[in-house]
Structures are given as C-alpha cells and as structure tokens.
Design a protein around this ligand. Structure first.
Ligand code: CU
Length: 470
C-alpha cells in the first residue's frame, strides 16, 4: 500500500494528507464562450510539500476545466494557444460535426502559437466524455493537455453524489519534473508506450470522496494515460456498471476488477454500505503492488449513516445512437495490426515506398496497419452515409492496443472467432495480443474520421488510419 513502492525509479516520497475534491464545472452553452488557454504552468501533482511540476494545461490546470452541459446543448470553446508549439483539441467520444473533431492535418489546420480557434458543436449523447490535444498528442497529453466533458441526461439521474475519477500516470524525474529526455523514446514507441511511475487521480496523488452510509454514488472513471491500462479494485464495495464510453448499458455487476484502457470511460453506481467500518477505498492493482488512489470518506458525525432501502439501479435513458446494424450488407474491411518489439515485422510501406525494418526504425515508424505505416492518401474505408461498416481487426503482434474510432460508437460483434452479442457501444476497444476483434457501426456521420491506437506512442509510430463517409 506504500506509494513509494510504485516509484521504482525515483526518490520521491509520498505521504499525503487527504484533500477534498475540488473539480469545478464550467458551464457553457449557446450564449457563453468558454476560454481554453493552452499554456505552461505548474501543478501540485506530487505530494504537498514536494515541488510543483511544470505542466502544459488548459487554463494552466490539469485536468483542464471540467466542462458540463446538458444533452443537446452547445459547447462553445475558444482554444487560445500560448504554447511554444501548434495544437488542437479533440472532443473524445462526442459524435461531433467533422470540422470540430480537432485532428490536425485531417479536419483542421493545427493552431499556431499565439493563434486561436473556436470550437462550437452540439452534444447529441449524454454521458462521460473528455477532451485532449490531438497534435503530437503523445507529447501534449503526457504534459497534461486534457480535461473532462460531462453531458448530463435531459432528466437528472437520482444519485446522492456524482463523482469523477480521472486516472493518469506520469513519468517524472527525481526533481518531480516531467521526464523530457524520454519523450519520443524509440523504446516506448516500440513497446507498451510511455508508462509513468507516478499516479494521479484528478490531478493529485489521492482523492477523497465524502459520503454517508447508504448513499448512492455515480462514479465516472476516465483513463487519460498515454498508454497504461489500469486495473482498479473497489475492495468490498459492489459497483455496477451503467455506461461505457458515454453510452448506457444494462446495469450489471462489475465483478472483482475494472480494467480500463487509455481513453476509455466507465460509469459506475456504488451503493455505500451502511457500516463505515467497511472497506471503502479504490486501489490500482499493478503486477507488483496495490496502490490506494481514492477513498470514500464517511461523515461520521452524520445521523444519516444508516442502511437505506436499496432501490434497483435503472438503466440510463438511451442516447439517439443508430444501433440497427445491417450485418447482411456491410462495407467490410480487414485491419492487420503489425509491428512493435518482438513483432517480427520485416518491412512496410512508408509514404508509398516499401522500406526495410532497419530503415523504418530510423524513422520511428515501427507499427503498421495492413503493411502501411501511418496515414495514407486514400481512406481505409469509403462508406455511404447510413451504411453498416465492419472492421475485422487482427492483432498480430505482442502488445495490447486501445483502438479508437472518431465520430462514431461501435459494437464488438466477434472476438477470437466467436460471435459477441451484448449491449455495449464503445469508441475505444482494447485488443489483446493475438486477438482478432470485429467491430461494426453505422456510418451515419459524414466526414473524415480517424481510426487509431490510443496508446499514443503506437499512434505516432504508425498505428493510424482513416475512414471517409460520404
Ligand atoms: Cu497500440
């Protein structure tokens, strides 16, 4: 339980007092324009008393300001770039108008230092989303350019608390500063991506959520790490999953652990036990240890610490997502995922030319989709609007990949050759080494949309392609 164990490469000492959560929600809407200034600042991401860390953050904060709107509202945000480099914002999981998707080089030009860009879009789905830099994201997200975007249901959902748990890992030097020398490290790119040794939740080392016994908590878990897949344990608590990547699912018991890949979100309902003596901590489980990252703190002075009649957990209202897949007449394509350390890739196409693995390594081009590194002139798929698209992904390398599709939510219809029939619609799916996973979605959002690995070093190393919907 000692956080020092987690810091295998630094001498940072971690003993902290609990701090109360302070996530402010910034309303936005048709009338008001939210300013998001991307700039360098410092943040207390290590323990109080330790040094402040130089970060890049929206309005100088990490996470950036929480944006909270109602379903069908407009988000209007002005990105003001005070960074030394160009940037853009991607609104992850929002089924957005293509021009607002924030992908530099595909949907907009990158915003140069000193310049600004106005994003304005309507949010069709209620749920838990996030926003982050989408220009050199392997560096900009690692430095802290991300925030949470919550879209509230049209009718409020009955809970006593609505809490957010944003998990990130940071690679810090002994001075508690971001380890810059390893940004862009070929080792990270060709292995699991940039993994940090310092954990934060909501931008600090630990989080405390006030509760009283018998209360119902909605907990929105967001993984903003560049590459780390987190495994969370809730001790004796019994969470139920109610939404995945912003889309409602039939409430179901979580089981023992929550596995959450980079960019994924999971909404949970947790009924707090009446007895404050019961375990109420949230732990991150690694291969070596158990690290407490958050705790539900009972208000012992309250008379309310009593068991309430536990009402059933109802399903969240459905979002207006097209789910009637036409599996008989799909546009179908394969996506072979190759490369990485120990992957055995011999050569691949880079900018239209076949290059040997030795040449590719020199360019950091260590991953390929369908024998091609990175973006191509023609899309992986051209679909008519409304067509069902099936993408058969085959992970033929030694590493897991968190595959993210922009502008749509998809359903896994087949895994390892077995048909899957569940009610989960995702924007990011973890594909394990050796696995084949087929996803299907209705191409109902016109434009140019990325499909890429959200292990951001894998994306930068070549795991990115695009689809075009007429
Ligand atoms: Cu990957």
């Amino acid at each position: 339980m000692d956080r020092r164990n987690f810091l295998t490469h630094t001498a940072l000492v971690a003993v902290l007092p609990w701090v109360t959560p302070a996530i402010g929600a910034v309303p936005t809407g048709r009338e008001s324009m939210l300013g998001l200034t991307a700039r360098e600042d410092t943040a207390q991401i290590v323990d109080d008393g330790g040094p402040r860390t130089r970060i890049w953050g929206y309005n100088g904060q990490v996470p950036g300001p929480m944006i909270r709107v109602k379903q069908n509202d407009w988000v209007r945000a002005r990105l003001i770039n005070r960074l030394p480099v160009a940037t853009t914002i991607h609104w992850h999981g929002i089924r957005i108008e293509n021009a607002m998707d924030g992908v530099s080089g595909l949907t907009q030009d990158a915003v140069a230092p000193g310049q600004s860009f106005d994003y304005a879009f309507q949010v069709p789905d209620a749920g838990t989303f996030w926003y982050h830099a989408h220009t050199r994201s392997w560096e900009q997200v690692a430095r802290g350019l991300y925030g949470v975007l919550i879209v509230d249901e049209a009718e409020p959902v009955a809970v006593d608390h609505d809490y957010v748990l944003v998990i990130d890992d940071w690679r810090l030097g002994q001075d508690a500063q971001i380890h810059e020398a390893s940004l862009g490290s070929l080792h990270d790119w060709s292995h699991a991506g940039r993994l940090g040794q310092w954990l934060t939740v909501n931008g600090k080392p630990r989080e405390a959520f006030p509760v009283t016994g018998g209360q119902r908590v909605r907990l929105r878990v967001v993984n903003t790490a560049n590459a780390r897949v987190f495994t969370l344990s809730f001790g004796k608590l019994k969470p139920h999953m109610i939404a995945v990547d912003g889309q409602p699912v039939n409430p179901r018991s979580l089981g023992k652990f929550l596995t959450i890949a980079p960019a994924q979100r999971v909404d949970l309902i947790i009924d707090m036990p009446a007895d404050p003596g019961e375990s109420a901590s949230i732990d991150v489980i690694t291969r070596r240890e158990v690290i407490q990252v958050a705790q539900f703190v009972y208000d012992l002075s309250s008379d309310a610490n009593a068991a309430k009649v536990v009402s059933p957990i109802s399903r969240l209202p459905s979002n207006p997502l097209s789910t009637a897949l036409d599996l008989a007449n799909p546009e179908r394509t394969g996506l072979l995922m190759e490369g990485g350390a120990m992957g055995g890739m011999q050569s691949a196409l880079l900018k239209g030319e076949r290059r040997s693995i030795q040449e590719l390594i020199k360019e950091g081009a260590v991953w390929a989709f369908n024998e091609t590194v990175g973006m191509t002139d023609t899309p992986l798929v051209s679909a008519r609007r409304g067509q069902t698209v099936i993408i058969e992904m085959r992970n033929q390398n030694r590493w897991p990949h968190a595959m993210h599709l922009h502008g749509h939510h998809f359903k896994v219809i087949e895994r390892k050759g077995n048909a899957v029939d569940d009610d989960i619609w995702r924007d990011t799916e973890l594909v394990q080494p050796g696995e084949s996973v087929s996803i299907a979605f209705i191409a109902d959002n016109p434009g140019k949309w990325l499909l890429h690995c959200h292990m951001l070093e894998h994306q930068a190393g070549g795991m990115t392609t695009w689809l075009e919907i007429a």
